[in-house]
Design a protein around this ligand. Sequence first.
Ligand SMILES: [Zn+2]
Ligand SMILES: [Zn+2]
Length: 396
Amino acid sequence: MKVFVINMHGEPLMPCSPRKARILLKEKRAKVVQREPFTIQLLYGSSGYKQDITIGIDTGHDEVGVSVTTETKELFSSVFKMRNDISKKMTTRRMYRRNKRSRLRYRKPRFDNRAASTRKGRLAPSVEWKVETHKRIISFYQNRLPKCKVILETGIFDMQKMQNPEIKNEMYQKGIQYGYANTKAYVLTRDRHTCQAGKSGCTKRLEVHHIKFKSQGGSDNPKNLITLCSKHHKELHEGKLILNIKKHKSLRSATTMNIIRKRLLGYYPNAIETFGYVTKQNRQNLGLEKSHSNDAFVIAGGNNQQRAETMDYKFKQANNRAIGIHRKGYAPTARKVRYLIQSGDIIKYEGRTYTSKGNKNKGKSILLEIEGKKKTVNSKKVELIYNRKNIQCIYA
Ligand SMILES: [Zn+2]
Ligand SMILES: [Zn+2]
């Protein structure tokens, strides 16, 4: 784990080790400007040496992996859990609003209140949030680190490359047979990662089979390829099974990730794009397990660098205003009293770090979960480390 450093003028420098940060702070040559993630500002002029930094981002629907890597070290490794409650929350809000309006005696006619929702290029709120959050994550690292290269893994396979194999970019010039790996990834996705033999008793391992055998001049075109499990693949080649191929479905193109991809590439035109099949190949070459942090490390061009400890973050809704506001005739439920320690804040108790589970007794006691058991402790014995905004770091 590293500490972010900014210079006297607020410009980012190379991150330093926690040890060095402690020394600088002790000698009063730096001050703390942010707790989470920990950032210090130097109080003396420093030109600072700079290394090439690469940020690898494993974009995703549920989790986003980030790795910040130099040639010798992985500086940061983080996994962000995305919110998946937005559309449910919107439904709840809609319900409250409808209910409230039905009780209005008169409501001024509003004719153009659909304008915003039919605007061209509008995204569903849950997708919009995901796009914005990806941007927030990327911009955060860009603002806190000196000039760095951004590599985004935006999908499993490269559709454009398959349609036009002439396309070349930085990621493809690594000498492995990526072309076929790309097609294979496409075929597996198209067949929804299920054996297409239409039989029961499939094995877990999936293989891609040439319908017209390669030895008979069959091509690597996706139309000639089909997903089979290893058992049925073997049986087919032994002549014990005859394939009954239904017409191939075409791939649904307007997936959430596709929309996120388009937006992100539009927003970061200098970012380099890579794909899951390349990452998978490189990860296997390094003998790493599949995880978001490992994927991000590989995307950032990692190979034998010293690894950083992975930090887990999650995003949380700050306040459920909808319920508080849309209650006609009732007082809002939104909390008015702001206790010093709110639910979700990170605190220190008896030398260990916990996440507060809430207040009791008007803020005099704090609810904690210690080794799976709920415990109420005196708030005077608790030290606040980090006030939750809406990014939360998950500790024990
Ligand atoms: Zn099968
Ligand atoms: Zn085969």
